[in-house]
Design a protein around this ligand. Sequence first.
Ligand code: NOJ
Length: 751
Amino acid sequence: MSRVVIAGIPALIASMLLLPGHANAAQCSAAATPAQQTAAIHALMMRMTTAEKLGQLNQLGAQGSATGPKKQRLVGEAEIAAGEVGSFLGVRGADQTRRLQEVAVTRSRLKIPLLFADDVIHGYRTTFPVPLAEAGSFDPDLAERTARIAAVEASASGIHWTFAPMVDIARDPRWGRVVEGSGEDPYLGSLMAAARVRGFQGRKLSAPDSLLATAKHFVGYGAAEGGRDYNIASMSPQTLYDVYLPPFNAAVKAGVGSVMASFNEVDGTPMHANGMLINGLLRKQWGWNGLVVSDYTGVMELLHHGVAANRGDAGERALRAGVDVDMVSEIYAKDLPQRVASGHLPLGIVDASVERVLVAKCRLGLFDDPYRGSDAARERASILTAEHRHAARDAAGRSIVLLKNAHDVLPLSKDIGKVAVIGPLADEPWAMLGNWPGDGKPEDAVTPLAALKKSLGEQRVAYARGTGLLGDDHSGFDAAIAAAKSSGVVLLFVGEGPEMSAEAASRSSLDLPGNQQALADALAATGKPVITILLNGRPLSVGKLADASSALVEAWFPGIEGGNAIGDVLFGDVNPAARLAITFPRTVGQVPIYYAHKNTGRPPSAGEKYTSKYIDVPWTPLYPFGYGLSYTAFSYGDLKISSTRIMANRRQKVSVTVTNTGMRAGDEVVQLYLRDEVASVTRPVRQLRGFRRIHLDVGESRVVEFELGRDDYAFHDAAMHDVVEPGRFDVFIGGSSEATLKGSFEVVSTR
Ligand code: NOJ
């Protein structure tokens, strides 16, 4: 047992509390009222030693869960029994979690259950499309559904707490982590954040199939300078409040139970020491009382940031800032006891964090049932069911973006003769699973090659890998060209390996890596139509690839059913409707490039040299935010704005009639953008303020109505007040951020 220090409690009472056989404090029930829960937790805390309290704040990682230089050591059951661990990262599986939980609830003095956390990001065993892809569905209900399934599976595996959703706004595709979030836009990002929180946490956190969700990484991580992971973020306070914070606010409003601090500093203060934003904004101003967890070794990294002289300093700064749980630095557990004992760190600060950890355990129902009904039988029955697979195929189909379709080469006829299936990613299961596959297994993933062989028959598929992802190997070109020549059409699968995006995977180039472009050019030279399918985790500068291809399909990392879903799109069983949740630049030199940019004093103009642009590349992107094609066509008309002059607090109604004018039924993503024409500070040229994904049959028309209100006009002014300024707003509605149907109205009061 660890050294016993019960601060503030006389030794005699303390020794009574420590008598063996004293009832454990498993009295905090999820079904109790908040007041009863608090009382139970306070009673429990009365009996805890300082070491046990700091143990609750200590999170250790399982072997193999390292996402940083600190390698995991094997944690013995003795440490759990000694009350030195409050939670684990990356321990998964009903058997394994039950084994460790049993140690905690039978052999530790106070029998406090452990929390098992994991990165359940885009599915657990049933892997769904990566979050950036799913955001492009413009379908928050879909995001909620896939998060729900992930929670059902992971909770059966003994997991209580997921480190998702990642809600970082990302406008620099060099940053590998763009793949983990919802892209560049705070409005879309906020809706997706809230949907995923609802999905993970379910209706009741105590339900055995709910997970505690984590909005991460708080905050500004996506603004990493140079797109280099872990780098500093410098931004105006307006940008912080109007761009990076809204998705966190949305997650908080959706009831998110935890938030993770980010690795970066914001304007000189590392987030793990940023009391102003964590305790100040998040907790006090927003009134949120959930659990803040550090990122992996984030507390220790305060030393490298140069704001702490030693481990004790680092721990104290983080805890004082409001970071409750120390993920794997082991600083709270090892270096803070002395600070408390010396009176340097008031026990009250430790207590506030311990209380938040215990409240989370209580709300999850862990004191009622530390196993939450997780056992090997439930695990087997809940994981990778036919229904989940079906949902994965649907999710992938709804997330695939059609970028080019010259002469309507797609969809392909099912009677097409032979197809050449070519490329380094045609048969790569990991490129289906993506970068945070959870417990996804390559053997569960359906690759495009496998799917096409199954649907067309082996004899109609000529497969050649062509080249690798990296390097300049040409040796497979001849076989690829021969396969193309023997077929009616080429299906070319290129892009990035999953390890090329996500954490610690920044790139300085956005070009297709290796020899893949040369392969595409060689195939195009055969004269056969080349349909290129991209599998990747970030926008790529693929103008040349588009030129070499008759059609270009962005499939991202589509999940375990990716191969089938790609087949569904290529052969027209699914009419693609997803859009880009992030802008595709023509070249890395244009970065950062995003649709909601400022106008500048010299907006770009072709006829005038001295304007904001480049001399060697157009200022426009390759593909803008919100862009994506369909196998059918839609027209927009009859824009109606209910009031030409309106008070900010009244609901403004804007409607448009959308018609399917093409030859197939399909979904359209109707998007509404606003522009504040004149304000006291500069405003973006347009901002997404509404969208609706609708289904229209051939020839069908629908009136789509949007409601606007105060939040849609508000921004932070120079004094950082959240204001609405009266004046004219332009409305743009259409199928992408380049929508041209335009109206306007005037906001006449600020309230
Ligand atoms: C570091 C990552 O930044 C974070 O997103 C993740 O949740 C943790 N590692 C745990 O794996």
